[in-house]
Design a protein around this ligand. Sequence first.
Ligand SMILES: Nc1nc2c(c(=O)[nH]1)N[C@H]1C(S)=C(S)[C@@H](COP(=O)(O)OP(=O)(O)OC[C@H]3O[C@@H](n4cnc5c(=O)[nH]c(N)nc54)[C@H](O)[C@@H]3O)O[C@H]1N2
Ligand SMILES: Nc1nc2c(c(=O)[nH]1)N[C@H]1C(S)=C(S)[C@@H](COP(=O)(O)OP(=O)(O)OC[C@H]3O[C@@H](n4cnc5c(=O)[nH]c(N)nc54)[C@H](O)[C@@H]3O)O[C@H]1N2
Ligand code: SF4
Ligand SMILES: [Mo]
Length: 737
Amino acid sequence: MSDVMTICPYCGTGCSMRLFVEGNQIIEIDADPTHPVSEGELCLKGLYGFKHVADPGRLTTPLMRRGDDFVAVSWDVALDTIAQKLNAIKRESGPDAFALFASARATNEENFISQKFARAVMGTNNVDHCARLCHAPTTVGLAMTLGNGAMTNSIPELGDVSDVIFIIGSNTAECHPLIAKHVLKAKERGAKLIVADPRMTDMANKADLWLRIPLGYDIPLINAMLHVIIKEKLHAADFIRDHTTGFDDVARAVEDYSPESVSKMTGVPAADIISAARIYATAKAAASLYAMGVTQFSCGTGNVVSIANLAVVAGQIGRPGAGVCPLRGQSNVQGACDLGALPNVFPGGKPVTSEPDRIWFEQAWGVPLPRAVGLKVTEVPEAMMSGKVRALFIDGENPMMSDPNTKHFGEALEKLDLLVVADLFMTETARRADIVLPAAGWGEKDGTFTNTERRVQRVRPAVEPPGEAKPDWWIFKNLADRMGYAGMAYEKPQDIWDELRRVVPALYAGMTYDRLDHMHGLAWPCPSEDHPGTSVLHQGGHFGTPSGKAMLKAVLFHPIAVPEEQRKAFESPIIGHISERPDADYPFMLTTGRRVYHYHTGTMTRKAPLLEQLGPEELIELNPLDAKALAIGEGDYIKVSTRRGAVIAKAWVTERVPPHVVFGTFHYWEASCNEETNADVLDPLSGIPEYKISAAMVTKSSPAEAKANVAAKRDYYRKDVEKAVTATMHAQSGAVS
Ligand SMILES: Nc1nc2c(c(=O)[nH]1)N[C@H]1C(S)=C(S)[C@@H](COP(=O)(O)OP(=O)(O)OC[C@H]3O[C@@H](n4cnc5c(=O)[nH]c(N)nc54)[C@H](O)[C@@H]3O)O[C@H]1N2
Ligand SMILES: Nc1nc2c(c(=O)[nH]1)N[C@H]1C(S)=C(S)[C@@H](COP(=O)(O)OP(=O)(O)OC[C@H]3O[C@@H](n4cnc5c(=O)[nH]c(N)nc54)[C@H](O)[C@@H]3O)O[C@H]1N2
Ligand code: SF4
Ligand SMILES: [Mo]
């Protein structure tokens, strides 16, 4: 038996683990006691979520559509066909007729090469990925205010230093379990925990103060906390004078948000708002942790800017344990953003619209580069509908279940001339493709991931990929070669990494593979080989904005619309409201998210027997008062419908949700909440959809209706999947054309 050290494939915590290998199979996983984040522990997904690697359903050869069937083809045939079709579409309709969804599950090296493929080979900035559905408001909002769209501190600082932790819109215990451990470690030291969440999460239960705001009311809550801090002169006056702009505007804006008026709006006692403000502002080091409960709104950027305003005004930033901590979701979503798998920035966050930055990359890559900002993930469906985008390459995403309003997304896919999907499995999305490419995944390839605290860590291969499956970097390199681009002469991931170190030296020059191999990673910026990496950003009040100062911004909120005269009173305020509110037809609010046992669209965790046993089916949370009114008992089937679609699943009658709110997930194709979510209204600043609120109707269903529903969903999501899997397995036995 051999063993290999690597990083967990799931969440952005970036826990370190040891894989035990026998033959060509991972047989067990163990935690790494020396790692500063995971400290010898792993969550359920980390420990047991590896069975997908050897699953018989893995894709093992490229597949091409022939009518209703897929046939197995060689890599030469698949790549030649893609190259030829992409060249033709580019010739006929221009480079912007192509779009690429990159993957936050792929390595840094692979994201570097995929965005380079879009820009340098295809000539378009139409490259984006799931961060659009996730922390796009963070990237925009923190860049706007602090000058850097990333977590400002390290995870161990939470456990070791912070004396107040403010969790807002993060189900930390279920979604970042090993970060939750550090929060509890802080609590044991005597640190105070404040949680703002409409749902009674595990952390809300453990909090010293739980602020149960209604869905979408984060801006008024934070404005009220700022109101108290400023009124009671708890703000960091000297720091504000020396290191910020825009304070007067913010102070004036929050005058209207007294704790009493916000209490009326939200039902949170004014005394609790006042306590939260005092505890936070008077802490020696307070950290705010947030995730999708603030970003996935049409005012997601406004919510993030509010959190930054609060930290800066209270002087809770730029010191160990004090800062703003967006908990990034996917194993390498921080890396995918840093490396420019976004339509507006090159690697290192350099704007595509900046002349000097563009020239820098043109010189590095030897071709002219596009100047216009590309399409966001959430703008691509309309562009496919109108024929503007004709070819889409999806590398390691499953938007048929993860995008909002998936029915509409499916209709848009139908309009394409070419859909290519690279994945480990024949997913709900891949089965709609013209060409499916078998990707090598985690445990099978070499490279690096960047976790949520900007720590770049090595991931390593433990087993050989199945059949002909290849790493994503190999796929893009070989496609680029075939399309006549000479700038991808890479032989291994390290060659790509070393190019990145050259083109973005300020962040990465000091991170050699050798150093990364011998340490528990390094956090950027790490500009030279003797640099220890940077765990705390903005030390000494030095921000990454052009002026070097934090740029505070007024954020206003009204559930329906902020009155015009209020807007006019401020210099470019950010405005928040709720886009789809309950009404007589749809009197409930559906909110969506995750459970601890499963990961996103379930392609990996649903193949782990233990995880599937623990979380075998969708359960929709319903408040006992609503259950009573609708005569629904625990475990009865209910139907939740919105203006876009419906799901049927069992009710979990629980006070975890407040009255008139139901909660569902997108883990199960049998009941995928994204048939119901809204893709029409996006945050104007970041393009994120409002996944966290849809107006909904709840009715009682029956076992018979539920059974018929599963059959219909199987037809919609899984039809032909088994057939295609058989084709690929068959081809392995030698029948490749
Ligand atoms: N088990 C598991 N872990 C995961 C993932 C997974 O699929 N499964 N996915 C990973 C990814 S990519 C991500 S982005 C993260 C997401 O991590 P989270 O954001 O923690 O996950 P969500 O389930 O989306 O939960 C959001 C939280 O916000 C709360 N919330 C909802 N509306 C509001 C609101 O209006 N205001 C406030 N203050 N709170 C609100 C919800 O009740 C919930 O507690 O998890 C990562 N980790
Ligand atoms: N309703 C609702 N919808 C949501 C959210 C929500 O809170 N509510 N959250 C949103 C968020 S935060 C996110 S991040 C997105 C996630 O959305 P997606 O990224 O679409 O979801 P995943 O299931 O993680 O899909 C990743 C795919 O990559 C494949 N894969 C894994 N490793 C590799 C690899 O190395 N190479 C390749 N080529 N493929 C690989 C997996 O098999 C899987 O099919 O969902 C969003 N959707
Ligand atoms: S906390 Fe996240 S990174 Fe750590 S083991 Fe669990 S899923 Fe993996
Ligand atoms: Mo995410």
